[in-house]
Structures are given as structure tokens and as C-alpha cells.
Design a protein around this ligand. Structure first.
Ligand SMILES: Cc1ncc(COP(=O)(O)O)c(C=O)c1O
Length: 373
């Protein structure tokens, strides 16, 4: 079939997701497989989220509430904002796309960090907009260099905080210095703080984006139910931004982007503070356990870590290490599509999963020879 595929689509590389459990079980004939590839919640979803979904099942012949009225009201209360400052998406990745399509006109640019979350560049390229990329420096956002890269055509900056896959953070003082610097020179610039892993942060230096919006109204906060709230499969995320700007995103958003089951699950999860606390407590014990285990191996770990995962340079071909781990029933995440050929990202799981990961990795490192990098 012949069809003129637009250039920006022709050059897109498909996203490589974490390998699904079922696929690995089938391919390798394993019954016990541990998935530590996609930064999911090892405790699973909140029972309240599941109960809320169950009660929403009776209405599945009806369209969902296109305005996400109840969910926005609950989120507004949680964050001390108005519902008009909230846009709900089918996962926060949909909001990344919506922000690009709404605020970056053809010919304008979005600024991102090379080595950070790859979905930003995919969304920008898919929309046919231009991305300016500034490399991470020592696995951290180089905000001074990013400030220098802004032009009069730059409309959006994406900052993953904590960053994925490095797990590092931008501190409040770094963010403030950046915001002050760009405020005068670039008044038409939105700074998107993607806070997917916010609930895992332990550093006191982490910025309070929602509070900073009072002095920097060009800040946009992105949050998701996929990580600490354990609902990656139902797809809900949201953006908090200036109400007038949010109105434009609402015009671009297609009406029924968040299913009724997803809205119900999100509302249920918001009401389950104990589940969130258990999730955070688990990460507080498993993070140091895994990091200690990794440090004892022949790898380099990026630290300090503020998420529920670690980036590990294995000094060996990432694909080989990944496949050898698969054969041992452990799914980690190779980062070849991030331009990191020897790196692996591992999510912190339950204690027995982490023990399994560390034992398998020790085994694999002994079997796969080191390369120079
Ligand atoms: C930094 C960051 N932002 C956004 C997302 C997307 O999350 P979701 O679309 O599931 O809300 C992820 C998921 O891996 C992420 O790591």
C-alpha cells in the first residue's frame, strides 16, 4: 500500500514498554516471574479502588462523566486548588501530549533533557513540533544549560522530578534560580514539573511546585495514579495549571478520555491514605535494601535515588544482561532506547522480589563479561 506518511511520523521510533509478565512466562516457560521493569506498585491497587470500580460496573452502558466532576472536586480538595485548575487525562502521558498540542504551535519548540523520560520527545515528534534537547549532567537536570537553550520560540519545558530513569531530583533552589532567570527573558514559557514519583521523595530539598505556583503561575504540575497509587492499568493522570490555560487544554482534550471505571478507581484510591502510607513505608525500607545489595555488585548505581527505582550501569551489554535476567525469571528494564547501552533500570519490589533480583543479577554479572564504557 502506498500512502504519504508525514515526515515526523515516518521517523518516529515505537516506544518500547516494560516486558509484560505473561509474555515472559510463555516465552521462557517459567511460572514464577518477577516484574521490576515499569516502576509499578508492588502492593498492587488499593482495595478501595477495586471496590469503587466494582460498584461502577453497573453503569458501563453509559458514557463516563466527560468533565470528571467528582474526581476533580476530590483532587482540588486534596491539593488546595480549584477544579478549574485541573485537567484529567488517560494517564499523565496523555497530558504530556495534550500540553504539547495545546501550547506549542507548529514552528515553536519544547525543551527537554536528553536522557530523561523518553515520552516527552515522542509526544513532541508525534505532534510535528521541534524539541530542543539539553543532556543531563552527572545524571541530573542541568537547569543553567537548559535556561541558556531557551529561545523566543520555546513554549514548554518538561522537567521530570524525580527524573526517570535516573531517580535524581531538581532541588527547590535550583528550580527557583531557573524560574527567576527565565521569568524576565521568556514570559511566554510554561514549566511542566512531571511529578509522577512525588510520593516516594524523601529529600527535604524537593520543591513544593503547587506552593510555588503562587509566585510562578507558569508552573504546571503533572501527577499520576500509576505509580504510588497502584493504578497503572486503569490510566489516570492529571495536570494542575492556571485555570485560564487549563481551559485551552480542555478544548483540545477529547471528551471521553477517562473511563468511568478509571474515574471510580481514582476516587477510591484517593480515599485510601493507609494504602499510600504502606506503599511509601515499603519503599523506605526496600530502597536502602536494594541499593546496599547493588553497591556490593560489580555495577555503578546512580545515587541519591528519590523514586521507587534505580538506574544501574552494569558495564555489560544491557540487552544481554536483560535477557539473562529474563531466563532467571526477573524482568528489568534495559535502556537502549535511552541511548544507554549498558544500563538497566530496576524497580524496588517486595523483599522476596528484591532478593530474587539481587541474586539473579549477581549470577548474570559473573556470566556476562564486562565491556569498556
Ligand atoms: C516521569 C514519568 N512521567 C509520566 C509517566 C507516565 O505515567 P502514566 O501515563 O502512567 O500516568 C511515567 C511513567 O513511567 C514517568 O516515569
Amino acid at each position: 500500500m502506498r500512502f504519504p506518511i508525514p515526515d515526523n511520523i515516518e521517523t518516529l521510533r515505537p516506544y518500547v514498554p516494560g516486558k509484560p509478565l505473561g509474555e515472559v512466562q510463555r516465552e521462557y516457560g517459567l511460572s514464577e516471574v518477577v516484574k521490576l521493569a515499569s516502576n509499578e506498585n508492588p502492593l498492587g491497587p488499593s482495595p478501595r479502588a477495586l471496590a469503587a470500580m466494582q460498584s461502577a460496573m453497573g453503569d458501563l452502558s453509559l458514557y463516563p462523566d466527560a468533565s470528571c466532576f467528582e474526581l476533580k472536586r476530590a483532587l482540588a480538595e486534596k491539593h488546595g486548588v480549584t477544579p478549574a485548575e485541573i485537567v484529567v487525562g488517560n494517564g499523565s502521558e496523555q497530558l504530556i501530549s495534550l500540553l504539547v498540542n495545546t501550547f506549542v504551535a507548529p514552528g515553536d519548540e519544547a525543551l527537554i533533557a536528553r536522557g530523561s523520560f523518553i515520552t516527552y520527545s515522542l509526544a513532541i515528534a508525534a505532534a510535528g513540533r521541534r524539541a530542543i534537547e539539553v543532556p543531563l549532567r552527572d545524571w541530573r537536570y542541568d537547569l543553567p544549560a537548559m535556561a541558556r537553550a531557551i529561545t523566543e520560540r520555546t513554549r514548554l519545558v518538561f522537567i521530570a522530578n524525580p527524573d526517570n530513569p535516573s531517580g535524581t531530583i531538581v532541588t527547590e533552589s535550583e528550580l527557583l534560580a531557573f524560574l527567576e532567570e527565565v521569568r524576565e527573558k521568556h514570559p511566554a514559557l510554561l514549566v511542566v514539573m512531571d511529578e509522577a514519583y512525588v510520593d516516594y521523595v524523601e529529600s527535604p530539598l524537593y520543591p513544593d511546585t503547587l506552593a510555588l505556583r503562587a509566585i510562578h503561575p507558569n508552573l504546571v504540575a503533572l501527577r499520576t495514579f500509576s505509580k504510588s497509587l497502584g493504578l497503572a492499568g486503569v490510566r489516570v493522570g492529571y495536570a494542575i495549571l492556571d485555570a485560564w490555560l487549563a481551559g485551552y487544554v480542555e478544548r483540545v482534550r477529547l471528551p471521553f478520555n477517562v473511563s468511568s471505571l478509571a474515574q471510580a478507581a481514582a476516587l477510591g484510591a484517593l480515599g485510601d491514605v493507609e494504602h499510600l502510607e504502606a506503599t511509601r513505608a515499603l519503599n523506605r525500607t526496600e530502597k536502602p535494601f536494594v541499593l546496599r545489595g547493588l553497591r556490593a555488585l560489580d555495577v555503578t548505581v546512580v545515587e541519591p535515588v528519590e523514586g521507587n527505582f534505580a538506574l544501574v550501569d552494569t558495564h555489560r551489554p544491557g540487552r544481554e544482561v536483560f535477557e539473562a535476567l529474563l531466563r532467571r525469571g526477573v524482568i528489568a528494564r534495559p535502556l537502549l532506547n535511552y541511548g544507554m547501552p549498558t544500563a538497566l533500570r530496576v524497580t524496588f519490589g517486595l523483599r522476596e522480589q528484591n532478593e530474587r533480583l539481587l541474586a539473579a543479577l549477581a549470577d548474570v554479572l559473573a556470566a556476562v563479561p564486562r565491556v569498556k564504557n
